[in-house]
Every structure is written in C-alpha cells, then in structure tokens.
Design a protein around this ligand. Structure first.
Ligand code: COA
Length: 388
C-alpha cells in the first residue's frame, strides 16, 4: 500500500517587507540579504494571526467534508506554540469542525516537528488505511528588531494531508535520521525571541545533512543521479544550496544542472515569505511542485529536514500520476499577488504589538485582516478566534 502526501495547503499573512527596504533602513548592503541570504521579501504577521490561525487558514484551503470525516489524527508541529500545556492541534481541530473522534497533539523539535508528524502518520495509516492524518507545520519566526537574525524572520503555515493512495507524493519506506544534543538555536520558556549561534547552526545543518545523506546512500544504494530534485529545510534560501553544493561536484553534469535548477525553483516561495521554521521544508516542496512544469510521474524527490538542537532526517517520495491537478497553485498565486508591501516603520509597529500577559482583556480588530480565520482577542488568559 502506498502512503504519502495527498494534499498540501499553505497560508502566509497579507503583509510583507521588501528586503531592500529593510537593508536600507539598517544600513546594510541589500546584496547581503538578496544574494548572501537569498531572501527578497519577509512576511509580517499582524497581531490577528498566530500559529493557530495560520495553520487553520492553510488547512481550510484543502479539506473537503470527506477529509474532515476521515481525519482521526491531528499533529501540529511548531516551535512558536501559544500554550505550554494545551496543544495548538485542539484549537485547529475545533476551528475546522473536524470529526470529534480524533487524537490531537502538538509536536516539538524545532523545525523538525512536522517531519516527525509525517513519519507518525505513515505508521497510523498503515494500521488504519481508511483514515487520514492532518499535519500542521506553523510558525512565526521572531528574532527581534535589529538583531543578526532579523533578516531570517517570517510567518506562515503548511497543512499536509497524509493518506493511503496519496495523489501527490508516495513516501518511500527508507528514511535516515540522526540526533545529537547541541546548542545552535533555542528559545527558553521565558523568552519570546530565539537565541541562535548562527555560524555554528549553519555548520551543524550541513554536518547533519552529510550524516543522513551518507546513511541513506548506504541503505538504498541510490546516488544523487536518481533524484529529480531535493528540497531542503530553508531558514533562508542560500542555506540548502550550501549543503547541496558540498555533494554535487562528482555528479554527471546533466544531473548537476537538473538538481541546481530544481533547487532554485524549490526556493521561490521561501524567498517571498522568509523562514517559517517547521513549514519551511514543505513550503519548498510546494514551491517545487507548483512551479516546475517538467516534473513527471514516478520522479523521485528527496527531502532534507533539520531541526536545531538537533535532529536531521533524509526522506524521499515518488510523484504520483496527475499530481499537478491536485495542487492549489492558483490559490497560492492569488495569495501572493494580494499581499501588501509595508514600510520598515510599519513593520516595526506591527512587530511591537503584543498580547497582554496579565490576564487583561484585549479585543482585536479583525476586519483589516483578509484571512478567513483570525485571532479575535484574549480574555482571562484565553485566546478566542473568529471564522469569518
Ligand atoms: N553581497 C552579497 N553577499 C553578501 C554581501 C553583499 N553585499 N554581504 C554579505 N554577503 C554574504 C556573506 O558573504 C555570507 O555568505 P556565505 O554565508 O555564503 O559566506 C552571507 O551574505 C551572510 O553573511 P554573514 O556575514 O555570514 O551574515 P550574519 O553574520 O549576519 O549571519 C545568519 C547570517 C544566517 C547566520 C544569521 O542571519 C542567523 O543567525 N540566522 C538565524 C539562524 C539560521 O538561520 N540558522 C540556519 C540553520 S537552521
């Protein structure tokens, strides 16, 4: 039985900052952001979007009534969750009106959470082939104004429906993974922004890639020439290339060109959104599938997942017949076209708007946010949402 990704949804807030504007305001050469990091635009979440509403908006795009009935497991991968106890999955389950006979859980291991969810979903569907699993990968990446990480912020969510007989990508059985306790990026429970040792984090991302890629080659006998494309976790779009270029040199020229070209295409959406942590790898996969017309049935796609702290995994999947017809390409194009470019001053204002932490009431203006599902306010330490 084939098990894999049946549908992919994606949502990013309607506001963004142009990286040239940010560079100018910070007195930095724009080339550092656009070439050195490979980022053109950065999504800015209004206060009416949090990881729960972002994920709900992404999932709402793809689920029909049959899916809602068949989903009996909701797994929410995030590292910017809204509660230390209650899972974000329970909120999404309610906002989307899913079948109550379901399990709903949040998963955390930095940007790796959604990949863990996908592997758990595979096991679940193998036991219950008539069921479906909804995986949410949703985050707001906040490093702080004027910090070295500021240029690699972003916000967005990817919703992944896993089922038997998937229509997009059948996941293959072999995947390779690796864990080591390192401090390259972390966010203590008292801090609203992340701490990062940027250079070390870059090095470890590449080191973990080598470990899982070498293990994958040993276990499968495959080489890079077997892949139509490899999508990477992308904290910024140059990062995946830094890893890919270390293994691509000995590959025949034709395969090298294909992998390089498809890598560029796989970064298109990420260049416009910035870092979305858990969803970044799956946004890159989506970018590849929706923007590369030459991909075809049975092509093998590799996926490199990395979550600081750290866990790395290399997995792969086979494209399914007619997969193009089951993508939401037009919806995503419209979403990008309708975004509003804001000034750096406005971005800073939006960044500094925060919710009360003392239990006092705050009602939010959701009318200016075009999203269907918004955070409506907080009262007595409880968040409330609106479905318009
Ligand atoms: N034109 C073109 N490129 C330029 C440039 C210019 N004017 N100025 C600098 N660059 C290049 C640098 O050469 C460098 O390229 P390289 O990495 O290929 O050598 C790149 O831009 C970044 O410059 P650097 O000085 O290293 O930036 P930084 O010290 O601000 O750190 C990060 C960048 C990504 C490490 C930092 O933003 C960060 O900590 N981000 C969060 C953590 C993260 O994303 N980790 C990744 C693993 S998950």
């Amino acid at each position: 039985m084939e098990i894999g990704i049946d549908k992919l949804g994606f949502y990013t807030p309607h506001l963004y900052v142009d990286m040239n504007d940010l560079a100018e305001e910070r007195g930095i050469d724009p080339g550092k952001f656009t070439v050195g990091l490979g980022q053109e635009e950065m999504a800015v979440p209004p206060i009416t979007q949090d990881p729960v509403s972002l994920a709900s908006n992404a999932a709402e795009q793809i689920l029909d009534e049959d899916d809602k009935d068949a989903i009996d497991l909701v797994l929410f991968g995030t590292e910017s969750g809204v509660d230390h106890s209650k899972s974000a999955a329970v909120y999404v389950h309610q906002l989307l009106g899913l079948n109550p006979k379901a399990r709903s859980v949040e998963l955390k291991q930095a940007c790796y959470g959604a990949t863990a969810g996908i592997q758990m979903a595979k096991g679940h569907i193998a036991l219950h082939p008539d069921k479906k699993v909804l995986i949410l990968a949703s985050d707001i990446a906040r490093y702080g104004l004027n910090t070295p990480g500021e240029s690699t912020q972003g916000a967005g969510a990817v919703a992944i429906l896993v089922s038997a007989s998937p229509r997009l990508l059948a996941l293959e059985s072999t995947s390779t993974y690796y864990t080591a306790d390192i401090m390259d990026f972390w966010r203590p429970v008292y801090s609203s922004t992340a701490f990062v040792d940027g250079k070390y984090s870059n090095e470890q991302y590449i080191a973990f890639f080598h470990k899982v890629w070498e293990d994958y080659q040993e276990q499968t006998g495959r080489s890079l020439t077997d892949f139509a494309a490899i999508a990477f976790h992308l904290p910024y779009t140059k990062m995946g290339w830094k890893a890919l270029r270390t293994v691509i040199e000995d590959v025949p020229e034709e395969a090298q060109e294909r992998l390089k070209n498809n890598y560029q295409i796989s970064t298109k959406y990420n260049r416009q959104v910035g870092n979305i942590y858990t969803g970044s790898l799956y946004l890159s996969l989506l970018s590849l599938l929706e923007n590369q017309d030459e991909l075809k049935e049975a092509d093998i796609i590799g996926l490199y997942s990395y979550g600081s702290g750290a866990v790395g995994e290399f997995l792969s999947g086979k494209l399914q017949p007619g997969f193009k017809e089951h993508l939401q390409t037009a919806v995503h194009q419209t979403m990008f076209e309708n975004r509003e470019r804001i000034s750096v001053a406005t971005y800073e204002d939006v960044f500094e708007q925060t919710l009360p932490t003392d239990g006092s009431e705050k009602q939010l203006q959701t009318s200016e946010d075009p999203a269907k599902i918004c955070l409506a306010g907080v009262n007595d330490h409880m968040r409330s949402y609106v479905v318009k």
